[in-house]
Ligand binder design. Structure first.
Ligand SMILES: [Zn+2]
Length: 400
């Protein structure tokens, strides 16, 4: 009998990444002022709590999952755990509480490094002349320097009771040496959150397949940092939040007949299909242009029969479990050893004729087809059977 790991519940993961979503402040306002030295007097300083709440509630209704950035020291203003000068602490905390209540159940929260602007000198928390997304993107930064920097970012979220599951790059931060980035992110996560299975988001791949990548993988210890790769560009309404030239058609992601666009292409290949956009473009000075495009895209995606919305941390976990799990086929099923647990772990047993499938002695229930799988169920599929269960760490026996 041959055993193969399938996509979770025989469905293709889809996910939405929101970047530049600071608590409260409109990052573009500060970024453009600092970086381009332009006046941003015509750009809103805040993106209100009401919009965060509206977005979170809509995503929950539609089953949308993904990742949402919390910039820990947006524009170098101040840190979000202690407060942002010029904004009342109560006002900031209301925003954070609304995001925790409505968005967090379905999205990972990650820092997008520290300021999303200049690199901070950790000895006195002043901004240096280097930029997180320029010098620290173009020049390889050794893990010994990157690790404490990422840990400082994670600690600010930890202080507001957010054990961030991963980290996000502002721009291409860390891209000059992704191995060092993966190693640094893993060390920082172990130190701050006790998390040996984190992820980072840095890369965008608009043409080729965009599978997650594994860094610093240790199959015995069950440690790894996964690089999540977005499969689209920001094909919503851009990052600035007021640039009408950046407005895209929803067809770029998926056409109305559900056949065309980048997402069906990735989904047909069985590759996780991860979209990316920016919070100021979603809000678009209150016109909500990016958000409206996203609503159309989600309405189309949700008509596809074979997708599963996942947080980026859930995709990361599934892809590392795929590599870490040791599977030995047996006469009547298989034996698995895994250093980490993994929900909705799904296997295909080729030419398995038997019925009455069990995992660790516990019977699974048969369902009519692979797309009806849930953990604890199995289905016939041609000559094969597929089965799904929540994999635990240690030994698992699948038998008939
Ligand atoms: Zn960003």
């Amino acid at each position: 009998m041959q055993v193969k790991i399938e996509n979770p519940l025989c469905r293709v993961p889809v996910s939405m990444i929101l970047d530049d979503s600071c608590p409260l402040v409109n990052l573009s306002h500060f970024w453009i002022k600092l970086r381009e030295k332009r006046s941003t007097a015509d750009m809103p300083v805040e993106i209100p709590e009401s919009f965060a709440r509206k977005f979170g509630e809509w995503c929950a209704e539609q089953g949308v999952k993904g990742k949402f950035s919390f910039v820990p020291m947006p524009g170098g203003l101040g840190t979000i755990d202690l407060g942002l000068p010029g904004f009342s602490k109560a006002h900031l905390d209301e925003w954070i509480d609304a995001a925790k209540e409505t968005i967090w159940p379905n999205f990972d929260f990650t820092p997008e490094m520290i300021t999303h602007c200049q690199v901070v000198d950790l000895s006195d928390w002043t901004m240096t002349d280097e930029w997180e997304q320029s010098e620290w993107a173009e020049r390889p930064i050794p893990a010994e320097v990157l690790g404490p920097y990422i840990a400082a970012a994670l600690r600010i979220l930890h202080n507001i009771d957010i054990p961030a599951e991963g980290v996000t790059s502002p721009g291409a931060f860390g891209s000059a040496d992704l191995n060092a980035y993966g190693e640094a992110a893993l060390q920082a996560q172990k130190e701050v959150n006790g998390n040996p299975t984190p992820f980072f988001f840095c890369e965008v791949e608009e043409k080729a397949l965009a599978y997650p990548k594994l860094y610093s993988l240790d199959k015995e210890k069950g440690e790894c940092c996964v690089g999540i790769v977005a499969g689209t560009g920001d094909w919503f309404a851009g990052w600035e939040g007021n640039n009408r030239g950046a407005i895209h058609s929803p067809d770029m992601c998926i056409t109305e007949d559900l056949q065309g666009g980048r997402m069906p292409e990735l989904i047909a290949a069985g590759c996780p299909a991860v979209m990316v956009s920016h919070w100021p473009g979603f809000y678009f000075q209150g016109e909500e242009i990016g958000f409206n495009i996203f609503k159309t895209v989600v309405g189309r995606l949700n008509q596809l029969p074979n997708i599963i919305w996942m947080k980026t941390s859930e995709i990361a976990r599934y892809w590392m479990a795929r590599e870490m799990a040791k599977i030995e086929a047996a006469e009547d099923g298989c034996r698995i050893w895994s250093p980490i647990p993994c929900p909705s772990f799904t296997l295909r047993l080729s030419r398995a004729r038997q019925a009455d499938w069990r995992v660790n002695g516990k019977p699974l229930r048969e369902v009519s087809d692979p797309l009806s799988l849930q953990p604890g169920r199995w289905a016939r599929h041609g000559e094969d059977i597929v089965l799904a269960f929540d994999l635990r760490s240690g030994k698992t026996t699948v038998s008939a």
